[in-house]
Design a protein around this ligand. Structure first.
Ligand code: CTP
Length: 406
């Protein structure tokens, strides 16, 4: 060893069967020369032993809030501050509830309340527990508090059920950690603009045309770019999501407003167009509500084409961002359609995802993505949640712009 660590993690291991995967995570972090100091909750110690954690971390394990030896050597405040990032893996429903409520009744929850550093959670629990409105409320609350999450993933659970609740794989958690550790430098001094959500194109004051889009992918990308140190402006259509921390957010309704907002952010180094922009808008929005009772039957709404924001950004010119990334949502013939779209739009990269109804991509947390590059390169990523897709994209952007993560 003897090398200088390239980052310091406070890893909190709470009680879940997935705790065994945290041992693998520690090993991978140590392989990268990332220093790991571990806190094991009482429940966590039922699944992995302090000795195993300490041996892999190469440091003692902290367990008790009121342990005289622990407090004498390293108080809980110092423990939570002497890290670049706090990672909770696995994060149980109970620990997340404590965090959302601001409780501090053991070392893990106290360190999480006392920390002034970014926090990354890798939730792991039974699918019913994950879906429960109480947990989802806590997830929402924690997002608003600026906590980021990786996973949970879908699949077979240790409890025999199938659904979403498995802890993300150590490799995926590692990727999320690397992006966040690079926060002070990876994309520092880079300006990025991200579009997200749908646009609403008015027919009359109460009706509109829109595409389906939750905005989750675009918002996750904006958050990941900001976590990597970029100066990010998120231009978003109407969505039901919290504004990501550390991001300048501009809310718009229509495609034309979105284009205008994007153009005012230029020059930028990076542009990611994740919005589901309506391709057409009613030529003339009625100034008053169209009534069924006026006797003329169903109205004929004539449409006109909206500006293509991605294509406009990707067009050659002095304001063109160095890296322009588009998305393609396809239901058939993914490969051919994606390559044709990449050529047509003129962007540098296209992330194509399969949104056929069976995949549950729309409104869901999961995404299977293939990255197409203008030079013909193609990479299919494993099925990842939208946060992990965002992290992987940001890691690829950092590599492309010559500032790879550690
Ligand atoms: N996009 C955009 N402005 C538009 C339409 C699309 O910026 N007016 C961007 C999206 O944000 C996405 C990409 O273009 O990054 C793909 O859009 P999509 O609508 O799927 O492609 P189209 O070219 O419209 O092709 P088609 O509808 O035939 O699939």
């Amino acid at each position: 060893m003897g090398r200088t660590p390239s980052g310091r993690i406070l890893l909190i291991i709470s009680g879940g069967i997935a705790a065994y995967k945290s041992l693998e995570l520690i090993r991978r972090l140590r392989d990268r020369d990332i220093a790991v100091r571990a806190v094991l909750t009482r429940a966590g110690a039922q699944f992995v032993t302090p000795l195993a954690v300490a041996s892999l971390a190469g440091d003692k394990v902290y367990e008790e809030l009121f342990s005289l030896t622990d407090e004498a050597e390293m108080g809980h405040i110092r423990l939570s501050r002497e890290a670049d990032l706090v990672v909770v893996a696995p994060a149980t429903a109970d620990l997340m509830a404590k965090m959302a409520g601001g409780h501090a009744d053991d070392l893990a929850s106290t360190a999480l309340l006392a920390t002034d550093k970014p926090v990354l959670l890798a939730p792991a629990m039974n699918p019913e527990m994950w879906q429960h409105p109480a947990t989802q409320r806590n997830v929402e609350r924690l997002h608003r508090d600026g906590v980021s999450m990786v996973g949970p993933a879908a699949g077979d659970m240790a409890c025999g059920e199938v659904g979403t609740g498995r802890m993300a794989e150590p490799e995926t958690i590692l990727e999320a950690i690397l992006v966040r550790l690079g926060g002070s430098g990876t994309l520092a001094a880079r300006r990025a603009v991200v579009t997200s959500g749908p646009t609403h194109e008015p027919i009359d004051p109460v009706r509109y045309i829109a595409n389906r889009s939750s905005g989750r992918q675009g918002h996750a990308i904006a958050a990941a770019l900001a976590a990597a140190g970029a100066d990010v402006t998120l231009v978003t259509g109407p969505v039901n999501l919290a504004t990501p921390p550390g991001v300048t957010t501009v809310q718009v309704e229509t495609a034309r407003e979105m284009l205008e907002a994007v153009q005012t952010t230029l020059p930028a180094d990076i542009a990611v167009c994740a919005a589901a922009v309506a391709d057409w808008r009613p030529e003339q929005a009625a100034s008053g509500k169209l009534k069924k009772t006026d006797g003329t039957g169903a109205p004929l709404v004539s449409l006109t084409t909206n500006p293509d924001i991605l294509k406009t950004l990707a067009a050659p010119g002095p304001q063109r961002p160095r890296l322009v990334v588009g998305f393609a949502a396809e239901t058939d013939d993914l490969d051919a359609n994606a390559r044709a779209k990449l050529a047509r739009k003129g962007c540098d990269w296209l992330l194509a995802n399969d949104v056929s109804p069976a995949t549950g991509t729309f409104g869901g947390a999961r995404n299977t993505v293939t990255l197409y590059r203008q030079d013909g390169g193609r990479e299919t990523w494993p099925e990842l949640d939208k946060t992990a897709v965002a992290d992987r994209l940001v890691a690829s952007i950092a590599a492309e712009l010559g500032t790879a993560t550690p």
